[in-house]
Design a protein. Structure first.
Length: 225
C-alpha cells in the first residue's frame, strides 16, 4: 500500500478478504503467509488447480531445490550412472547448470522417493493380488524381477515391485525356497504379505512350480500360444 504521497506504508492488502497485514522490508513474508494459511486454508489448492487447468502443469509450484534434485535423480538413474557422477568436477562445471549436490544427499533423495512410491503403490494394491516373475542373469548374479498384477478402476496395473539379486538365502542356492524368502522380504514395504498373493505368472520351470506349491496355490496352468 502507498500513502497519499506515494510512499510505501509497510502494509499489504489481502486480495481475497481485504484485510491489511504489516510487512516490514527485509523481514521475510512470515506474517503475510500466516494470514493466508490461517484465513484461507484452501488457497494453495485453489491456485494450484487453477494453474494446472490453465497451463497443464504444476511446475510453477515446484521449488528450485526440488527441481534441481529431480534433475540429478533423472540424469543419474536414466543414464545408469554411478552416484559419484554428481560430485565430479567435470560434471558440475562443464556439463551441467544444476546446483551442486553430494552423493549422500542424492542417495537420501533416492531413498525418500522410493518410500513414497512404495506407499503409493501399496495404497493402490488391493488385498488380493497376483505376482509376475521374470528372473534374469547378469554375469554371475541372478536377479529376481517381480511385478504386481491387479485391477483398478482405471484398468489393469503391473507395477515393478522388486528387481534385486537373490542372495543371503540358505546356501545362496537359487531354489524356490530362496525365491519365496525374497518375496516375503519385500512385500511388507508395500503393506502386503505373502497371504495376499493369489496367483503367480512365470515360465514353466521347476523353481516356479515348486514356488507355487510352497505358497499353497491351487494348481499350475500351462498356457501355450
Amino acid at each position: 500500500m502507498l500513502d497519499e504521497e506515494g510512499d510505501l506504508t509497510g502494509y499489504h492488502v489481502c486480495k481475497a478478504c481485504g484485510k491489511r497485514r504489516k510487512h516490514a522490508p527485509n523481514n521475510g513474508y512470515t506474517n503475510l503467509v500466516t494470514h493466508v494459511r490461517t484465513a484461507h486454508p484452501s488457497f494453495e489448492r485453489y491456485i494450484r488447480d487453477a494453474t494446472t487447468a490453465a497451463t497443464g502443469t504444476v511446475i510453477a509450484w515446484v521449488s528450485q531445490k526440488a527441481s534441481n534434485r529431480y534433475g540429478w535423480l533423472k540424469w543419474v538413474i536414466m543414464g545408469n550412472l554411478p552416484l559419484s557422477f554428481c560430485e565430479s568436477q567435470e560434471t558440475r562445471h562443464r556439463y551441467s547448470n544444476l546446483a551442486s549436490v553430494s552423493v549422500d544427499a542424492l542417495l537420501s533423495n533416492m531413498e525418500g522417493v522410493t518410500k513414497v512410491v512404495e506407499i503409493t503403490i501399496g495404497k493402490e494394491m488391493p488385498v488380493d493380488f497376483g505376482l509376475i516373475l521374470d528372473d534374469c542373469s547378469f554375469g554371475t548374479e541372478q536377479y529376481q524381477g517381480v511385478y504386481g498384477c491387479y485391477e483398478t478402476p482405471s484398468g489393469p496395473q503391473y507395477p515393478l515391485l522388486s528387481m534385486a539379486p537373490v542372495m543371503d538365502e540358505p546356501g545362496d542356492h537359487l531354489t524356490a525356497e530362496g525365491h519365496l524368502m525374497a518375496i516375503e522380504r519385500f512385500l511388507p514395504f508395500f503393506g502386503k504379505t505373502i497371504q495376499g498373493v493369489k496367483f503367480l505368472v512365470g515360465d514353466n520351470c521347476a523353481v516356479n512350480k515348486r514356488l507355487a506349491k510352497l505358497m499353497k496355490l491351487l494348481g499350475c496352468g500351462d498356457g501355450r500360444g
